[in-house]
Design a protein. Structure first.
Length: 93
């Protein structure tokens, strides 16, 4: 799965460069990373972006991964990966 994600990132990054896309200099996260995480969420986690972020962070796929800020009073907002039992090894990839 890790190789699939990294290959997808390389293809997306090269495609964006070919199309002439430039990231905002103030951005910490390149557009190619955001698009890769979006595709990972769609294909492996039924569109759940939080699960894709947690997976990418747990696998150490990228040097900087945006992570949602915990919101007080919201169930599961502590960033706990216990809710992802079975999601860290998605089937089909």
């Amino acid at each position: 799965m890790s190789w699939t994600v990294l290959v997808a990132f390389c293809i997306i990054d090269d495609l964006l460069k070919t199309l002439g896309h430039r990231d905002d200099p103030q951005s910490k996260t390149p557009a190619s990373l955001v698009l890769t995480l979006w595709i990972l969420a769609a294909l492996a986690f039924a569109g759940k972006h939080k699960h894709a972020l947690i997976y990418a962070k747990a696998q150490g796929l990228f040097s900087y991964i945006p992570f949602p800020t915990p919101r007080p009073g919201v169930a599961g907002a502590d960033g706990c990966t216990a809710c992802l039992t079975g999601y860290l090894t998605p089937a089909g990839l």
